[in-house]
Design a protein around this ligand. Structure first.
Ligand code: HEC
Ligand code: HEC
Length: 372
C-alpha cells in the first residue's frame, strides 16, 4: 500500500515529469502521448504498488522502441520453423498465457512448464517458476534459444533481423545506424514486455477508492478470507511475495524440482515461485505444470489435497497437524468471487498490446511485412 516514493520522481528527467503531469490532469494532450501514459505507470506507480525493480531509466520508454518490441514479440520468423512467436504462448486475452497445461513450441514440442501470465514484469526480481533468470531483458534469451520453444540461436536471430530492411530501418530510427546488436534486440523486446502492466482491476479501484471500485458483500468476505489464508504467500497488491514455496502439490519431485533445479539445494526441492494472482480467472490451467484445469480445483487442492513432503511450507501445516488450509465450501466460493475482481480488462483488451496486424489499417507496409 506504500505511496510512490518521491525519489522515483526526482530521478526522472523533466520531460517525463511533464508528460506524467499532463496525463494526471487528463489534458487533451493525453491521447497524443499514449506511450508515455503507459510509461507513467512505471515511473510513478499507482498508490497501491511499490516502485518497480526494472531500471526503466536505462531503457527510457519510447514509442518507436515499444512498437519495435511489439513487432518482435509477435514475429514467428524468430523461431526455427517460422511458426512460433512469443505471442503464441503469451496471448493477450488470456493475460498472456496460452490455455495449455504445458506450452507448445516449434514442431509441436512441449515445454516442461506452463506459460505464466506476463504482467507487471517490471516489478519482478526474478523470472521463471524456479527463479532461474534474473533480469527482464535477459529473460527473452531463454525462450528464443530453447529447443522446446523457439529454437533459434541468438546469432541466427540477429542475422535474420539484420537481413530484413524493415527491421534495419526501425532499429536505426531508435538506436542509430549500424548493425542490430544483442542489447538493442533485448531492450526493444523489454520496452513491450515491461509495458504489460495490470493496475486497474475492480479490486485496484476498490482499494484506491476510485469510481467503479465497489465490491459486493461476497467479494468482500472473500477478500477478508484471502487476507487471512492466502496473503502469507500471495502478498501485497502484486499478489506475490516473490518467494519460492512448496504448496503441497506432490510428495516427491522427480520431474521438476523447482527452485532446487537452480540452487541444487535439497531444501529447495518442490519450491516454486509464488505467482501473482492478477487476472487469474483468465490464466487456466494452473500451477507450474498446468495440472489444475479450474480455480475450484485449485481451492479444493488447498482445502483437501495438500500433500506432505520435507519442504512443504509451514503455512500449510495447521496447528492440529492437518495439512492445507481450512476452508468450507462457502468460503471457497467467496474466495473465488474475490479472485474474479482481479481481472483487469485494460491489460486483456488494450489494442496497444495486440498483434500489430490488428492495427495495420493505416500502415499497409507493416501488414506486408508481418505476412511474410
Ligand atoms: C513455447 C512457448 C513459449 C514461447 C514461444 C515463449 N514463452 Fe515465455 N514462457 C513460456 C513458459 C513455459 C515460461 C515459464 C518457464 C519456466 O517457468 O521455466 C515462460 C516464461 C516467460 C517469462 C517469465 C514470466 C515470469 O513471471 O517469470 C517472460 C517474461 C516471458 N516468458 C516472455 C517471453 C518472450 C519475450 C518470448 C519471446 C522471445 C517468449 N516468452 C516466448 C513459454 C513460452
Ligand atoms: C505457502 C504459500 C502459499 C499459500 C498460503 C497459498 N499459495 Fe497459492 N501458490 C503458492 C505457490 C508456490 C504457487 C505456485 C505453485 C506452482 O507453480 O506449482 C501457488 C499457486 C496458486 C495458484 C495458481 C496460479 C497460477 O497462475 O498457476 C492459485 C490460483 C493460488 N495459488 C491461489 C491461492 C489461494 C486462493 C490461496 C489461499 C486459499 C493460496 N493460493 C495460498 C503458494 C501459496
Amino acid at each position: 500500500m506504500a505511496a510512490p516514493s518521491p525519489k522515483t520522481w526526482v530521478r526522472q528527467p523533466l520531460g517525463w515529469l511533464l508528460l506524467a503531469a499532463l496525463v494526471a490532469v487528463g489534458s487533451a494532450a493525453v491521447a497524443h502521448w499514449r506511450q508515455p501514459a503507459a510509461a507513467a505507470v512505471l515511473l510513478a506507480p499507482p498508490a497501491n504498488f511499490p516502485a518497480p525493480v526494472y531500471e526503466v531509466a536505462k531503457n527510457q520508454p519510447n514509442e518507436a522502441a515499444f512498437e519495435l518490441g511489439r513487432m518482435l514479440f509477435y514475429d514467428p520468423r524468430l523461431s526455427s520453423d517460422g511458426r512460433v512467436s512469443c505471442g503464441s504462448c503469451h496471448q493477450q486475452a488470456r493475460a498472456f498465457t496460452d490455455g495449455q497445461a504445458l506450452a507448445v513450441g516449434v514442431a509441436g514440442r512441449r515445454s516442461p512448464r506452463n506459460s505464466p501470465a506476463l504482467q507487471n514484469l517490471a516489478w519482478h526480481r526474478s523470472f521463471m517458476a524456479d527463479g532461474g533468470v534474473r533480469g527482464l531483458e535477459l529473460q527473452a534469451l531463454a525462450p528464443l534459444t530453447s529447443a522446446q520453444e523457439m529454437n533459434t540461436p541468438l546469432a541466427e536471430a540477429l542475422a535474420k533481423l539484420n537481413a530484413n530492411p524493415e527491421y534495419r530501418r526501425r532499429f536505426a530510427a531508435v538506436y542509430g545506424p549500424g548493425k542490430i546488436d544483442t542489447p538493442q534486440f533485448l531492450k526493444a523486446l523489454a520496452q513491450f514486455t515491461s509495458a504489460l502492466t495490470s493496475t486497474n482491476s475492480r479490486y485496484d479501484q476498490y482499494v484506491r477508492h476510485e469510481p467503479g471500485g465497489a465490491l459486493s458483500a461476497d467479494e468482500r468476505r472473500g477478500q477478508a478470507l484471502f487476507q487471512a489464508k492466502c496473503s502469507g504467500c500471495h502478498a501485497t497488491d502484486l499478489f506475490t511475495d516473490e518467494s519460492f514455496r512448496n504448496n503441497g502439490l506432490d510428495t516427491a519431485f522427480p520431474l521438476d524440482s523447482g527452485r532446487a533445479h537452480i540452487t541444487l539445494a535439497p531444501t529447495d526441492a518442490g519450491r516454486f515461485r509464488v505467482p501473482s494472482l492478477r487476472n487469474v480467472a483468465r490464466t487456466a490451467p494452473y500451477m507450474h505444470d498446468g495440472r489444475f484445469q479450474t480455480l475450484p480445483d485449485v481451492l479444493a487442492h488447498y482445502a483437501y489435497g495438500v500433500r506432505p513432503s520435507r519442504t512443504l511450507d509451514p503455512l500449510l501445516r495447521q496447528p492440529d497437524g492437518r495439512l492445507g488450509i481450512a476452508l468450507t465450501e462457502v468460503q471457497q466460493r467467496e474466495i473465488l468471487a474475490f479472485l474474479a475482481t482481479l481481472t483487469d480488462t485494460e491489460l486483456l483488451t488494450n489494442p496497444r498490446f495486440a498483434p500489430p496486424a490488428a492495427r495495420q489499417e493505416t500502415n499497409p507496409r507493416g501488414m506486408q511485412l508481418s505476412a511474410n
